[in-house]
Design a protein around this ligand. Structure first.
Ligand code: GH3
Ligand code: MG
Ligand code: MG
Ligand code: MG
Length: 288
C-alpha cells in the first residue's frame, strides 16, 4: 500500500516510517497535517493514512474528519489514529471523527503490521465492491453507473478546441432474436457486440438491455464516423451460434460531437436522436 504518515516528532516519524516500510509499504511522511491532507487529495493511490492525534495546523480529529470527507463514498481510504493518550472517551471521539482504527504511540511492530493487514483486507473488499458495482456482469463492459461516472469525469476535463464524440448503439430487431433463439441466444449476441466495441479501446458502457454508449475523446464526427462504420460492418459480419443456426446481427448507430456547454445528458440525447434517425432510416446504419 501507499501510506501517508503524519507525526510531528522527527525521531518517532523516522521509527514509524521504517516500521511501515518493513511491512512492504511505500511511506510518504509528513510533520504538517495540512500538507499531508493536500498530498492525499493529490494522490489517488494513497490507500491509508496513519496520523498522530497531536498534529498541527489541523488537529488530529480535524484531519480524520477531513480525510473521511475527502474519501466520500467512492474512494477506499483507511485512517489509523495514533496517540499516547488512550483514554476511552478520546477513542470514541477519534473513531466518530472518521478514523477506522487506533494504535498506541509509539506503536508496537507486530500490532502495527497486523492492523495494516486488516486494513488491506478491508480495502480489497471495498475495491471489489466498487468494481462490481461499476461493471456489467454479462459483458464485463462498464454498466450504466460505471460508464456515467467515468463519462462525467471525461466531460469535466475537456476544453475547446479538444474534440469528443459520443456514440449510441442499439442492436436491431433484438426482440425477434430473443423470440427465435431464446434469451441465451440473445445474451450471446449482446456479448458478441460488446466484444466488437471493446476493440475500439474507447470508454464503453452497456447502458440498457441491448444498448451501448461509447465516448471517443480526440475524435470529431469525421474520425468517429469511421470508427462507427467499422463497428457497424463488423457487427453485420457476426454469425453468433443460435438455436436454429447462426444468428445474423445488425446494429444502428448514432453519433453526436461534443460542443461547449454540453452536459453528458445533452450529448447522449443528441446521439440518441441520431440513433433514432438510423432506426427510422432502415436500421444497420450510422447517422451523425
Ligand atoms: P429496434 O430495432 O427498434 O431496436 O428493435 P428491438 O426489438 O431491438 O427493440 P427494443 O429495444 O424495444 O427491444 C429490446 C429487447 O431486449 C427487449 C428485452 O426483452 C430485451 N432484453 C433486454 N435486456 C436483455 C438481456 O440482458 N438479455 C436478453 N437476451 N434480452 C434482453
Ligand atoms: Mg428499441
Ligand atoms: Mg434494439
Ligand atoms: Mg433498445
Amino acid at each position: 500500500m501507499r501510506i501517508v504518515l503524519v507525526e510531528p516528532g522527527l525521531t518517532l516519524r523516522k521509527i514509524v516510517a521504517r516500521l511501515v516500510a518493513e511491512g512492504g509499504h511505500v511511506v510518504d511522511a509528513f510533520s504538517d497535517s495540512a500538507q499531508a491532507l493536500a498530498h492525499v487529495a493529490a494522490h489517488e493511490d494513497v490507500a491509508c493514512v496513519i496520523t498522530s492525534l497531536e498534529v498541527a495546523p489541523l488537529c488530529g480529529l480535524e484531519l480524520c474528519w477531513s480525510l473521511r470527507t475527502l474519501a466520500g463514498t467512492t474512494r477506499p481510504l483507511a485512517v489509523i489514529a495514533m496517540s499516547a493518550d488512550r483514554a476511552g472517551r478520546r477513542l470514541g471521539e477519534v473513531l466518530d471523527s472518521g478514523a477506522d482504527d487506533f494504535i498506541p504511540k509509539p506503536p508496537e511492530a507486530a500490532e502495527l503490521h497486523a492492523r495494516l493487514r486488516v486494513v488491506e483486507r478491508g480495502l480489497s473488499l471495498q475495491r471489489r465492491l466498487i468494481r462490481d458495482a461499476d461493471t456489467d456482469g454479462l459483458t464485463q463492459l462498464f454498466g450504466r453507473h460505471g460508464f456515467t461516472r467515468r463519462a462525467r469525469d471525461c466531460l469535466a476535463a475537456i476544453r475547446p478546441p479538444e474534440l469528443l464524440t459520443a456514440l449510441m448503439i442499439d442492436i436491431d430487431r433484438f426482440k425477434a432474436i430473443n423470440d427465435r433463439h431464446g434469451h441465451d441466444g440473445g445474451d450471446r449476441v449482446i456479448r458478441a457486440v460488446a466484444d466488437v466495441l471493446k476493440e475500439t479501446g474507447a470508454l464503453t458502457g452497456r447502458i440498457g438491455g441491448e444498448e451501448f454508449a461509447v465516448l471517443m475523446p480526440g475524435h470529431g464526427l469525421g474520425g468517429a464516423g469511421v470508427v462507427a462504420e467499422r463497428i457497424r460492418a463488423t457487427c453485420a459480419r457476426l454469425r453468433v451460434p443460435g438455436l436454429r443456426g447462426p444468428i445474423p446481427v445488425t446494429c444502428s448507430l448514432g453519433l453526436a460531437a461534443w460542443s461547449e456547454g454540453d452536459t453528458l445528458e445533452s450529448l447522449l440525447a443528441r446521439a440518441d436522436g441520431a440513433l433514432y434517425a438510423a432506426k427510422a432510416g432502415g436500421r444497420n446504419q450510422v447517422v451523425s
